[in-house]
Write a protein that binds this ligand. Structure first.
Ligand code: FNR
Length: 358
């Protein structure tokens, strides 16, 4: 783990309301998966390759929805204004300035149009993606898709791993159910079924199916990513249903506490997809070394969730910028140590399990 990033949760804890700190930090159930996401990276080693004669390095990757200057994007996380008054505006500007993508969530505390404008103020060609949960009322889903398109988002990310809300023990213990006065999920304002000027609740529904996804895809010409895939058979279905990319994710340990560590689920999904669409990994990425391991296992890029929230809480936009900069610098260093020129030089033969040698 990056030393500086490892210290960030404590910096954030010092400034956050303890209830909000626990909302960000916590996971589902006994928080087994939460711990495993990071621990699984510690069980993997990366074999250096020597004398490859590569002096220049290019960290960029091309994905449906934009080119990233580094293979790290900001995963969608809810309610950035709990961390800092600038909220998603700060996150968007930092991502854009770093040349990467913010996936802004439907549960953002700033409406998507303002988020995209903030990103473009930092970099005119910035790409912002919009994450949504397919709503059981498909008119609501359609309105959200339309809002994302009108805002100028470059891709949609549909989160599929939440048929029901995760049971977060820390939130239950604190009785944390509502945002503080003045904060709301602004993308849900004035939707069909909302009170005038009010905000509609985001629903999780086990009734959502592949048929919903097909209809959602017909609403838009934007590339649609599917987030929260762990089973290889679901990855194959995602490709068959026209998804532009797949995010292997256990929601940062916030949905099923029986899920495998995200990085352990990655190789089987990559094999099942067989290069037809790119695969992004999120969950437990805390260093440039973790980024390199995920890429070597077949990820096209990684998403980071909590480290960005910690950076935002500790220092606002510069805090998020520093998180991305540290990950870029560490990843570049590890790539050099592997004799790599670009992310494609990180191949699966470089990854070995620790503790299994003679
Ligand atoms: C999330 N995540 C998430 N995912 C999503 O698709 N929609 C959402 O609204 C949220 N909200 C959310 C809130 C908080 C506080 C956290 C920590 C996470 C999951 C997120 O996109 C990502 O999968 C994980 O955060 C990745 O794990 P790490 O990087 O936090 O370990």
């Amino acid at each position: 783990m990056s030393t500086w990033i490892a210290g960030l949760p404590e910096q954030a804890r010092a400034v956050l309301d303890p209830v909000h700190y626990d909302y960000y930090a916590g996971g589902v159930g006994d928080e087994v998966v939460l711990g495993e996401n990071e621990a699984a990276f510690r069980r993997l080693a990366l074999l250096p390759r020597v004398l490859r004669g590569r002096s220049e390095r290019d960290l960029s990757v091309e994905l449906p929805g934009g080119r990233l200057d580094l293979p790290v994007l900001i995963a969608p996380t809810a309610f950035h204004r709990l961390a800092h008054p600038d909220g998603e505006l700060a996150t968007a500007r930092a991502a854009a300035a770093a040349g990467t993508v913010l996936v802004s969530g439907v549960a953002a505390t700033v409406a998507i149009g303002e988020v995209v404008a903030a990103a473009r103020s930092a970099a005119a060609d910035a790409s912002v993606w919009f994450q949504l949960y397919p709503q059981p009322d498909e008119d609501v889903t359609a309105c959200l898709v339309e809002r994302a398109e009108r805002a100028g988002c470059a891709a949609l990310v549909v989160t599929a791993d939440s048929p029901v809300f995760g049971r977060h023990r820390r939130d239950a213990e604190h009785g944390f159910h509502d945002l503080p006065a003045g904060l709301a999920a602004e993308n849900m304002r004035d939707l069909p079924g909302a009170p005038p000027g009010g905000v509609r609740d985001i629903e999780m529904s086990p009734s959502v199916s592949w048929a919903h996804l097909d209809r959602l895809r017909e609403l838009t010409s934007l590339p649609v990513w599917l987030k929260g895939v762990l089973h290889p058979a679901d990855a194959v279905l995602a490709v068959e249903h026209g998804m532009a990319g797949i995010v292997v994710s256990n929601h940062g340990g916030r949905q099923s506490d029986l899920a495998p560590a995200a990085v352990e689920a990655l190789p089987a999904v990559v094999d099942a997809v067989a290069g037809r669409v790119p695969v992004v990994l999120d969950g437990g990425v805390r260093s440039g070394g973790d980024v390199a391991v995920a890429l070597a296992l077949g990820a096209a890029a990684v998403g980071v969730g909590r480290p960005v929230l910690w950076g935002l809480a500790a220092a606002g936009e510069p805090g998020v910028a520093r998180v991305l900069d540290v990950l870029r610098d560490e990843f570049d260093h590890v790539l050099a140590l592997c004799g790599g020129r670009d992310p494609a030089d990180l191949t699966r033969d470089l990854v070995v399990a620790r503790g299994t040698g003679v």
